[in-house]
Design a protein. Structure first.
Length: 181
């Protein structure tokens, strides 16, 4: 996919500036301002960095991160001092104090690509599709501009796929028609 190739050409400055713009827009959303429990993700090197966002909001909101458990994701509180390198070389939270995804107010969702209908292409294991099937919270996809596909490049969805409610890129803020969940 051309999106993956494009990510490899970004320099550190472009990555950092894109992350700042996207998370700044997210922070100005009424849904985020009112949220108490936020499920984020711990970013891989080719994803929008969540490091500054996590550090900034930890202590002001209850921030949670996923941890791979077989074919599912467990949801645990974020604490920078209680992390380990887990599945797929992603830092994951330690502990047994799991939360239920249905208790989250906002879920921030990574993807390889999005379309303007909130459909996403993940990394192929279905973790987020299984997780999002049980979410009642506002779901927000975050991406680089080039990860948002043109109208002509709509993502084919399957019955198990779950769209997000919003897609935010450095230059776009898209509210998607809410799907029944």
């Amino acid at each position: 996919m051309r999106v993956r190739a494009r990510k490899s050409f970004l320099d550190d400055s472009e990555r950092r500036n894109a992350s700042i713009k996207v998370f700044s827009m997210l922070e100005r959303m009424a849904a985020f301002m009112m949220a108490e429990r936020v499920l984020a993700y711990n970013s891989l090197p080719d994803e929008l960095s969540t490091r500054e966002f996590l550090d900034k909001w930890h202590g002001y909101k209850r921030i949670y991160l996923p941890r791979v458990n077989g074919v599912d994701l467990d949801i645990l509180p974020y604490d920078r001092t209680r992390m380990h390198l887990g599945a797929f070389h992603i830092e994951e939270p330690d502990g047994e104090d799991m939360a239920d995804v249905s208790d989250m107010d906002i879920v921030i969702v990574p993807a390889v690509a999005y379309d303007s209908y909130g459909r996403r292409v993940g990394r192929g294991k279905g973790y987020y599709d299984r997780l999002l099937a049980n979410v009642k919270a506002v779901t927000i996809g975050v991406a680089y501009d080039f990860q948002l596909l043109d109208e002509d490049d709509c993502i084919e969805d399957e019955p198990h796929d779950v769209s997000v409610d919003y897609v935010i890129t450095p230059t776009r803020f898209i509210k998607v028609r809410r799907q029944n969940r």
